[in-house]
Design a protein around this ligand. Structure first.
Ligand code: ATP
Ligand code: MG
Length: 268
């Protein structure tokens, strides 16, 4: 794959040079992170997890974060998602300064603006696929069986709506998790090692599903992976190291199809 190096985008200025404050709302960006630091206090020690991250994510972008274990990838996603708070710096999501939000407002923002997909699916085991997808809808008081059915159809599970997680394969469970993440039609989908527990073929299926969602619905996707074969679906790959952005690669021709299907001659 022909990757083009482009380090300029790593440091897109979100800071107004006149006063050092971050630009409040640049409509081009769904996420704006400016000089974010995060330290965890362990006993008397401060463990630095992020050491000054500045990053913008364009609306409609597929951004992949990679890097060694402990480099700060999950911490970064958690801070974007308001699941964890920055020790220093500014974080804007959909033009909203999330640092100043209280827990209630953060929870509301998460439910409406973001969908989360994790390595271990995190489905409720005693709820069916359909009921799992409806959970975020119930939480904002807008339960819709029709929409949940549409979402399950979208992820290719029309015939599995009444199944419980234990009756679904790993790939099918992850599809339910993706449908659930999209329940309230968020502009941003955040994935942490979404394909980490899936075999290669299923991982490719999940990634091509996400690419389709991105193309057809404009959903911005920020995902972490350790697998370089999954990073080829991203428009941009950022490598983290020791709590910093170490490198950035812009991909001018991101993969859109499952390469295994191409090999089999199914897609030309
Ligand atoms: N809740 C916490 N308390 C203390 N330290 C933490 C906590 N969460 C993360 N850390 C530390 O912050 C650093 C970054 O962790 P993080 O989970 O973001 O790494 P990662 O890049 O996601 O790693 P992996 O690839 O293993 O998932 C690590 O040194 C980790 O030990
Ligand atoms: Mg992690």
């Amino acid at each position: 794959m022909a990757f083009r190096k482009d380090r300029s985008k790593t440091t897109n200025p979100v800071t107004d040079p006149a006063n050092g404050n971050p630009a409040t709302s640049n409509a081009d960006y769904i996420v704006q992170i400016d000089d974010v630091h995060k330290s965890y206090v362990m006993g008397k020690e401060a463990v630095p997890a992020l050491r000054g991250i500045t990053l913008n994510v364009r609306r409609g972008e597929i951004l992949c974060l990679m890097g060694p274990s402990g480099s700060g990838k999950t911490t970064m996603l958690n801070i974007i998602g308001g699941l964890d708070s920055a020790s220093r710096g500014h974080v804007y999501v959909d033009a909203q300064n999330i640092i100043v939000l209280n827990e209630e407002k953060l929870a509301s923002l998460r439910l409406r603006k973001m969908g989360f997909v994790f390595q271990n699916f995190n489905l409720l085991s005693n709820f069916t696929a359909l009921e799992n997808v409806q959970v975020p809808m119930v939480l904002i008081g807008r339960r819709s069986t029709k929409r949940a059915q549409e979402l399950l159809r979208l992820v290719g599970l029309a015939d599995r709506m009444g199944h419980y997680p234990s009756e679904l394969s790993g790939g099918q469970q992850q599809r339910v998790a993706i449908a659930r993440a999209l329940a309230n039609d968020p502009p941003l989908l955040i994935g942490d090692e979404m394909t980490g527990d899936l075999d290669t073929a299923t991982s490719y299926e999940i990634m091509t599903l996400l690419v389709t969602l991105n193309k057809e619905h404009g959903t911005t996707i920020v995902f972490v992976t350790h697998d370089p074969r999954m990073s080829v679906f991203a428009h941009r790959v950022i490598h983290m190291n020791d709590g910093r952005l170490a490198d950035e690669v812009v991909n001018p021709a991101p993969a859109t199809h499952n390469p295994l299907m191409e090999t089999a001659g199914v897609i030309h």
